[in-house]
Design a binder for this molecule. Sequence first.
Ligand code: GAL
Length: 676
Amino acid sequence: MFRFGVDYYPEHWPEARWEIDARLMQEAGFNTARLAEFAWSRLEPSPGRFEFAWLDRAIAILHAQGIQVVLGTPTASPPPWVMALYPDAYRVPESGQAMSYGNRREYCPTHAGYRERSRLITQALAEHYAGHPAVIGWQTDNEFGDRCYCDHCRAAFQGWLQHKYGALGALNEAWGTVFWSHEYSAWAQIPAPLATAAPFGEGSPNPGLALDYYRFMSHQYVAFQREQIDILHNRCPDHFITHNLMGSGYDRLNYFDLAADLDFVSWDNYRRMQWTFQPEVRPSEAALAHATMRGLKHKNFWVMEQQAGAGGWQIVSVAPRPGELQLWAYQSIAHGADAIIFFRWRSARFGTEQYWHGLLDHDGRTGRRYTEIKQMGAEIARVGAQIAGSEVRAEVALLLDYDTRFAFQIQANNPAFHYIAHVHDIFQAFHARNVAVEVVSAQEEFTGYKLLIVPALYVLREETAAAIERFVRQGGAVLVTPRTGVKDETNTIVDMPLPGYLARLCGIEVEEYDSLPAGVSQPLAFTNEDIHIPETLHARIWCDVVRTVDAQVVARYTQDYYANSPAITLNAFGAGHAVYVATFGDAALYTALAGWLLKLAKVEAIATPPAGVEYCVRWQGEQRILFVLNHIAEEQHLALPEPMLNLLTGETIPLSSVDLQPRQVMILAAPSGNGW
Ligand code: GAL
């Protein structure tokens, strides 16, 4: 069943309004609502006094309209009494100054008292709603994240290290604490890497310690979540459990670990935010986020918060243009969402998020946004069942690594380098060609893919390098970019030429490198005629100075003391190929390389639509479902290779050329069932 619905806060509105809301939701085609993830003060107004009757009434009203419910455990925002009980449960950010009451996410995930309160409310909710016919599943907390550096965390970190290293000698060795005489002689001496001691206002801790701390903090949230999951699984074995993650941009948690305990991943998809004022929304950014969320479990996901209006806390974002809300929601579906839940139903009249607009305006009127989504609801009623459970299949994999992300937070290497921006520079080149990309972790085998993208895999384990080698030996193609293989898992620099464990595979050795100042770049000279270069391409941010061992040169630098030395190389290895790009370059560089890489890997793109139109395919068994998304505000013309059925309207499109209205979406299938 395809889930279509809304995030609803009945506690924000008079009870007399609930019936009207439920009816309007039903009319919009909604079958699901998420409730209660910020309602702790109403669910447990004082310690141990649980009041669920109001929520029962709200759920009953929704259920009468055919709407089922996902409940949130309300632990992301504690009521004042919780924090008054545990004044030492406030999270301490890196600055060392504890949070105070009045926002949300102000709790420390390690604090024993907070954890107990979280278990108690979770248990009470789970017991009350276990057999409820309207309740289908749970969302743990809300958007976990944010590191804590308090004394409780520090003590727990010391215990975590003891468990990990066994003996202090091993820890001192792993972190290289002889540097600056940091050798620890008691576990209790080990600090949390606060920013306070640094001379330049930012922390500059031992990289080994900091990486372990970041892993530890991620582990604390995973453990905190697991306590809730254990309770929910135990009491509500028939309900699913998910969490709303934050896409590919969020980098404080190891999302692979957080997702491991969930039945499926959900995420919150906002395209126009209060702080992003660019007039253009880049579809490839959402696509990368979707691919990341799908890749965490290699499974379809939910969008638990799909943008429903302008975003805003203090500042109001650009309003979503007509057609954008449904376009973004369909894009989510095209990339693997099996549920779209809009955030939020009605714009709040009070509280921090007064300007985070819902489908309804503050006054409860149904306007343009509601009407647009209601139309989508009618379409979902028609196609939902055909789409739900269908898969995205990819031949290209992109290795995303949270250890690497954490390590770059400690040492950025170059101020202009941002890991996820670099990942996006590469990803967008494949997205522009409508090639599906699956995000994978460093802990997997890559069998089954044809092309593996390895962007700046800074922390590289020997086992991962071995898996990449196996993949290439068996015929795969791999793309490796700079700063790969620099560190081992202790965040120590490897004692071998870079790219370390991948040097042999790439057939090169990095002899030295040049970290470029802002704005400095140099043109690349291509020597390989298979690559179509539409414009001059540049090296920027970082230039490895490479010596080829077995590889052939594809492009060279043209300036500076390393003019003429290789900038891009190609190495035949086993039955496959390894491409090393020795500079970060920008999106244009990867756009130029993508076609050649796909050819090298023998991956075929589906077809090339006009600019601004995105094609995505989901597979229902052997039937292809083709999503055509016009991301721009202009009419476009498409050439279809054969007549196709538009699943949204039920009409066959007989012509080979079809007009796409501004921001129009079509979902197509070939009547034969085979697709293109
Ligand atoms: C999300 C969050 C919601 C709401 C929304 C708009 O990140 O999960 O609770 O805050 O953003 O700000």
